[in-house]
Design a protein around this ligand. Sequence first.
Ligand code: SF4
Length: 238
Amino acid sequence: MVVCVQHEDVDSLVSRLNFAEKVDRSLRLIREAYEAYGDRLVVAHSLGKDSCVVWHLAKRVSPDIKGFIVTTRFKPRETRAFMQRTVARYPELKVYSNDQPIPEGLYETDPDLCCELLKVEPTRRAIAEMDVACWVTGLRSTEGRTRTDFQEIEERDEGLIKLNPILIWCEREIWQYLAVHRVPVNPLYARGFRSLGCAPCTRITASPGERDGRWIGTSKCGGECGIHTRPLKIDYEI
Ligand code: SF4
């Protein structure tokens, strides 16, 4: 059994469904995908608030669901500590990184290449090594201008289903779920960050957009690291 790629009116779902309906829908999406793909369904946990929701939902579907975390040498100290606590609690989360040398200041001179090397490459490796058929993300359509063109179930890479089970949730509903279920989050949110990334590329802002504090001052401002936009399924020699 496989799940079917969707073409839904995402904007309508965002505004039409209430919080409880969205939670039920997300649980159903994960459950159906887990029934279809079993152990080959894997959650990509970014350690952000949205991933914390997806991970909690996935664990409600089955405690056996596994995941991976991609980290970089530039993650803030608080994020590294939060990752250690998260992995200690959930050892089924496997950590990936790319520790190869890169040019100094690459995040300023060529942030696209920096993200490609430090984020996209380890994500590709995780998907290959964990033999992933369906990866589950915390992507949301209302997060910013670059996130409006996604569906809950996609196949951007042939043979690799991408499940975005909280695509239609709003920021407020994320915090509502985390509060109701007392899910721990990265302490950087308490300092005012709304979207978390690497330290040199993430700022607290007063701008309205949730991702406006990412890559400020570069062409990538408010944009993407590439894991949601670039091909992820490539042949690795494992
Ligand atoms: S977010 Fe910044 S430091 Fe992190 S990988 Fe991308 S460009 Fe490099």
